[in-house]
Design a protein around this ligand. Structure first.
Ligand code: NDP
Ligand code: 2IT
Length: 451
């Protein structure tokens, strides 16, 4: 049995109840086969694959808080510090009722390779809670965030582990958590990213994941003799990543015709009105029904969460599809529909939105497919730029950060393209990303000995 297969079996046995984690590990290890085969003796002796698939530590803790009725509520908090070979643990905090240890482990594992691809010194980690922010008052959100940070603050720090936003965690939540960290630790330091601009946040961090996704997509199109101009784009999600992906795509001359949330999706043949979407989602924190009510050209399709939220967007004819909501939202039947409709390019704004089966179908049918580790790395890259600004106690202009972000995304595209070519897999950007991300981490692990 090959070393990769041995470790895959071991990981499956040890983590049998964590399907998303197993999915992420399976995809990565399978695509690393040529690299591992070329160095099998060295990697096996040093147990590189066993070590990279086992978190440094995983923290789970109780988060008690008091709701507006005076009732005590209890949630479960998580932080998985996966690998710090190339820098402090770095990754977001997800607040969503579906969060469990397996979800956080899959996200933390992905983050190791993504963060390596940014070329910046950040290791991989992820955290969150099964807390559901929907329908909670600002006071309830604050109560939860303060309690969550009261425990988490023991394990993080500007040079240790630097959390940030993810699903359900935006500027409001980061603000409450930062306040609590400062209060307990008595220290004003860059311990979180995605902070407000008045207390150490970076310009362009809010936009960074969506903008970065489009910078990479544009470079990919350019290298295939195409451009974004006049292209029809379908986007899923209606949160931070989706909104700024839609905005940048439109700035590049494309028409974005869909968005979605967990209860419905919009088809707007005139093009999504991003200002209206921002008002509905960022200001009112409302459902997409409000977008539809305010916009004549919008067609609203209600779907229950059990029907996979916004999966209907993949039925719409497009040139480019950008899944920006959540994991496993683009299945094999969606991939077939996209191909049948002539879609040429899929780039993932979300983490692991496409199943392995759907990914292979798209790749085998000539679709240019870039996975989230490369395509959505702009968010964490800009978080690392926020850390740099905090360290030097300066803040850079929007233009400066945005230009750096663009440079990073263009560079990522070429690195993953080159890595795929080096191993005879031209055009397989999934393998290219996993290989390029892995190479840097493995070199650092080998140099640092058994730890
Ligand atoms: P937000 O919370 O801002 O938005 C998430 C969006 O996805 C919402 O529209 C939400 O709908 C929808 N959604 C979430 N869960 C589900 C579900 N189970 N079924 C259907 N729809 C769902 O999160 P982000 O935009 O920040 O994150 C989106 C994705 O991008 C995630 O995979 C995240 O890990 C990834 N990502 C985020 C980065 C960042 O910087 N924020 C960086 C890199 C990746 P509803 O409101 O109804 O729940
Ligand atoms: O998935 C991700 O890369 C994020 N949620 C962003 C992490 C970060 O530290 O900015």
């Amino acid at each position: 049995m090959s070393y990769v297969d041995e470790v895959l079996e071991l990981v499956k046995k040890k983590n049998a109840s964590e399907p998303e984690f197993l999915q992420a590990v399976t995809e990565v290890l399978n695509s690393l086969r040529p690299v591992v085969e070329a160095n099998e003796e060295l990697y096996k002796k040093n147990a590189i694959l066993e070590r990279i698939t086992e978190p440094d530590r995983q923290l789970m803790f109780r988060v008690p808080w008091v709701d507006d009725k005076g009732q005590v509520q209890v949630n479960r908090g998580f932080r998985v510090q996966f690998n710090n070979a190339i820098g402090p643990y770095k990754g977001g905090l997800r607040l969503h009722p579906s969060v469990n240890l397996g979800i956080i482990k899959f996200l933390g594992f992905e983050q190791i390779f993504k963060n390596s691809l940014t070329s910046l010194p950040i290791g991989g980690g992820k955290g969150g809670s099964d807390f559901d922010p929907k329908g909670k008052s600002d006071r309830e959100i604050m109560a939860f965030c303060q309690s969550f940070m009261t425990e988490l603050c023991k394990y993080i720090g500007a040079d240790v582990d630097v959390p940030a936003g993810d699903i359900g965690t935006g500027a409001r939540e980061i603000g409450f958590m930062f306040g609590q960290y400062k209060r307990i630790r008595g220290m004003f330091e860059g311990v979180l990213t995605g902070k407000g601009l008045t207390y150490g946040g970076s310009l362009a961090r809010t936009e960074a994941t969506g903008y970065g996704l489009l910078y990479l997509t544009e470079e990919l199109m350019k290298c295939h003799g195409e451009s974004m101009q006049g292209k029809t784009v379908v986007v899923s999600g209606a949160g931070n990543v989706a909104i700024y992906a839609a905005q940048k795509a439109q700035q590049m001359g494309a028409k974005v015709v869909t968005c979605s949330d967990s209860t419905g999706w919009i088809y707007d043949p005139e093009g999504i009105d991003v200002a209206l979407l921002k008002e509905v989602k960022e200001v009112k924190r409302a459902r997409l029904t409000e977008y539809a009510a305010a916009r004549k050209s919008a067609q609203y399709h209600e779907v229950s969460a059990a029907d996979r939220g916004g999966a209907g967007v993949w039925q719409i004819k497009c040139d480019i599809a950008l899944p920006c909501a959540t994991q496993n939202e683009l299945l094999i039947e969606d991939a077939k529909q996209l191909v049948a409709n002539g879609c040429k390019c899929v780039c993932e704004g979300a983490n692991m939105p496409t199943t392995i089966e759907a990914t292979e179908y798209l790749q085998n049918n000539g679709v240019w497919f870039v996975g989230g580790k490369a395509a959505n790395a702009g968010g964490v890259a800009t978080s690392a730029l926020e850390m740099s600004q905090n360290s030097e106690r300066l803040s850079w202009s929007f233009e400066e950060v945005d230009a750096k972000l663009k440079g990073i995304m263009v560079n990522i595209y070429h690195n993953i393209d080159d890595a795929a070519k080096r191993y005879g897999m031209e055009g397989n950007y999934v393998a290219g990303a996993n290989i390029a991300g892995f190479e840097k981490v493995v070199n650092a692990m080998l140099a640092q000995g058994v730890c």
